[in-house]
Design a binder for this molecule. Structure first.
Ligand SMILES: [Cu+2]
Length: 328
């Protein structure tokens, strides 16, 4: 075949491929479905809607948003027009510095007015991408909207930051995320299902299952020396604070404490209930913050959502999945 003819044939083949692609795209994603998807992505609780819904299930979506079944967040540095900007931190292990960030609003100006949720304007979660080195801290906000706190990394790796906050003008809370790289050698740790964890002399266990797409209750139980701990103090306005991340993309789940918050006069324990929805089957990294004897302790646990776990392998205690830290 002479060159011009070959080129001509090549062009023809390309044209056919593009035409096929256009036809296929239309056939695979009917406009109606695309419209429903677009709507889902803008409504919380969208994971309950299916492409067969008519897309007008507003009442259902409203309900979902309130029963804790909201779609996972913490996957983007932007949500509802709010953005995480100006993230800076030390870049080396053991280097003393500050962790800084700013939340900017839809007008691109730093937000300086926030609603207090769980006793704080902004909850900052920092965790390495393998689920290790979890920290839950509360930075200080300067008048110009810059949040910061003293910071030192204990280990190298890529970290995810989550700013869980409610700008005063926002309809609801946002969870904005960013990555930060810390130079050095990394030895990642593979997670294992972990339903018990020992931290600072406390033994924490989790009962209950995560059910994909369905709200479920997790009961965390705190013991010490084989005795139930009944002196759990209020922390962030509740008996405990639970962070749940989906392994793989580290999506941030919304978790709601259930039941009365303890008071100084009436401490809680040994059990704390939480409601959450695992959006998909898979593995979830849980971190319970609980306050006992004036100290906040963090217990890391790992629970698989039904669908990825063989029967009978639920209670396999293993080494806890990592060092945790508390800078409260
Ligand atoms: Cu917090």
């Amino acid at each position: 075949m002479r060159a011009p003819a070959r080129l001509g044939l090549f062009g023809l083949v390309l044209a056919v491929v593009f035409a096929l692609a256009a036809v296929t795209a239309r056939a695979v994603v009917p406009e109606e479905t695309a419209r429903v998807w677009a709507q889902e992505s803008t409504t919380h609780g969208g994971e309950h809607a299916s492409p067969s819904d008519d897309g007008t299930g507003d009442a259902d979506d409203e309900h979902s948003a309130h029963d804790g079944a909201a779609a996972p967040t913490g996957l983007s540095l932007e949500q509802d027009g709010y953005r995480l900007t100006g993230v800076s931190a030390p870049t080396e292990v053991d280097e003393r510095g500050r962790l800084e960030l700013t939340v900017t609003g839809p007008d691109d100006e730093p937000v300086t007015d926030f609603t207090v949720e769980h006793e704080e304007e902004l909850h900052l979660i920092v965790v390495r991408s393998d689920g290790q080195h979890f920290r839950h801290v509360h930075p200080q906000r300067a008048a110009d909207g810059t949040w910061s706190l003293p910071w030192t990394w204990e280990a190298a790796g890529t970290y995810r930051l989550y700013a869980d906050t409610t700008p005063a003008d926002a309809d609801e809370g946002v969870t904005l995320t960013s990555t930060v790289d810390v130079a050095g050698d990394v030895t990642p740790t593979a997670s294992q299902p972990t339903r018990t964890a020992s931290v600072d002399g406390l033994d924490v266990s989790v009962e209950g299952d995560l059910v994909p797409g369905k709200e479920s209750r997790l009961t965390l139980r705190v013991e010490r020396d084989g005795e139930p701990v009944t002196t759990i103090e209020p922390y962030l306005g509740a008996a405990g604070h639970l962070v749940a991340l989906r392994e793989g993309d580290l999506a941030y789940l919304h978790v709601h404490p259930e039941g009365e918050a303890p008071t100084a006069a009436e401490p809680g324990g040994p059990e704390i209930d939480f409601l959450t929805t695992a959006p998909t089957p898979g593995r979830y990294l849980l971190y319970l913050d609980v306050k006992v004897d004036g100290q906040v302790h963090t217990a890391p646990l790992v629970v698989d959502a039904e669908g990825s776990r063989p029967e009978g392998s639920t209670a396999t205690p293993s080494a806890s999945h990592g060092d945790t830290d508390h800078d409260h």
